[in-house]
Design a protein around this ligand. Structure first.
Ligand code: PLP
Length: 383
């Protein structure tokens, strides 16, 4: 038995994606920059994928660039933006709960002399546009906010914040790390005047190692890499046609079934919240307004010095896979949960459960029952 409930960390690649990647390696193996028919065939796959992603994001295909990951899209956005607009200011505004691929890039910017202002959630666990807007000054070159937090699932007020920020500071560049929000909550670039948006393939049933970056028409980025001019020189390097072919299939699934997937994540979330109400030791960390595919809980066992690792191991032995806080923050006290002001014990014992399009209620029942058993067993050991 295998029950995979760690879909915020990564998802299983859809069968259609695996088949398309194999076909791209066996048949459509040309270099998309080559001018002969094999190259043209590969280039056509890139164009199809760009068009599909553009339809989903409501932007122009020419505004989309393939990268090797969302980590790369985020780094390219942050360093690329400040590099291209050196005279626009030396301050960057962000949230205190960003993914390490933004947070660690911000730390690098601090080392290079930039001032970074981080906005915290309020006591209710939510973020408010005013808290970002009040940090902006004429010296702010970039505002970077994630759409959905990857540990708790909090939805940040990206649309309102960016719309109002742009009104006050028309030259301000705005970046959104949309990795956990894309296809999980509504996101429409006709309504959100963001300049830069990062997307990752492997969170949406495509393979690891493929990302995308939206760059609004007219916005310049200083590239991180220099090479053969692919992706209009913004991200040179031969595009990974097999990964893009698989990404295309994953996007096709979202185009065709996205609304059903959303309903399904919502149903899973509600069902598990109800099931966990039967377990008094469980505290739910994700506010109800969160993105539907993730549920963060804590099981603080008083008297125990340990961490959520004991649950991860016990559940793992039984074939149930979840995450402790976030897969990216192994061993450290999560900066995200710390920003929410939770007690150390609650942070140490945080577990993240995240659903996929294929998660079943039966799997959630088994997870809830097994968690209950493990809590009882551990409590008996403590006594
Ligand atoms: N941003 C967020 C919010 C994420 O959750 C992740 C992955 O966990 C990333 C960025 C990085 O994505 P990738 O694994 O494609 O580099």
């Amino acid at each position: 038995m295998e029950i995979y409930l760690d879909n915020c960390a990564t998802t299983k690649v859809c069968d259609e994606g695996i088949a398309a990647a194999a076909a791209a390696m066996k048949t459509t193996y040309g270099n998309p920059s080559s001018l002969h028919p094999k190259g043209v065939e590969a280039e056509a796959l890139l164009t199809e994928t760009r068009k599909r992603l553009a339809r989903l994001l409501h932007c122009a295909p020419e505004e989309l660039y393939f990268t090797g990951s969302a980590t790369e899209s985020n780094n390219l956005s942050l360093f690329g933006a400040v590099g291209a607009y050196p005279r626009n200011g030396k301050t960057v505004v962000s949230s205190a709960v960003e993914h390490p691929s933004v947070e660690n890039a911000l730390k690098q910017l601090e080392k290079r002399g930039y001032r970074v202002k981080r906005v915290f959630p309020r006591k209710d666990g939510l973020f408010y546009p005013e808290d970002f807007l009040s940090q902006l000054t004429p010296d702010t070159v970039l505002l970077t906010i994630m759409l959905v937090n990857n540990e708790v699932g909090t939805v940040l007020p990206v649309a309102e914040t960016i719309t109002r920020a742009k009104k006050n500071f028309p030259k301000l560049l705005c970046h959104v790390d949309a990795v956990q929000g894309f296809s999980k909550i509504p996101f429409d670039l006709r309504k959100i005047p963001a300049d830069l948006v990062s997307i990752s393939g492997h969170k949406i049933y495509a393979p690891k190692g493929i990302g995308a970056l939206f760059i609004r028409k007219g916005v310049r980025l200083a590239p991180l890499l220099f090479g053969g001019g692919q992706e209009k020189g913004v991200r040179p390097g031969t595009e990974s046609v097999p990964l893009i072919a698989a990404f295309n299939e994953a996007l096709k699934l979202i185009e065709e079934n996205g609304n059903q997937y959303l309903e399904h994540y919502r149903a899973c979330n509600q069902y598990l919240r109800e099931r966990l109400q039967e377990v008094p030791e469980v505290i739910i960390n994700s506010p109800v307004q969160c993105a539907p595919h993730v549920l963060n809980i804590s099981v603080p066992l008083s008297g125990q010095k340990g961490t959520a690792q004991i649950f991860l191991e016990a559940l793992g032995k039984k074939g149930i896979y979840i995450s402790g806080g976030s897969a990216c923050s192994k061993g450290e006290l999560s900066h995200v949960l710390s920003a929410y002001g939770f007690s150390k014990e609650r942070i140490r014992y945080a577990l993240r459960i995240s659903f996929s399009k294929d998660t079943t209620f039966e799997e959630l029942d088994i997870f809830a029952e097994t968690l209950k058993e493990e809590i009882l067993r551990l409590k008996a050991v403590i006594k």
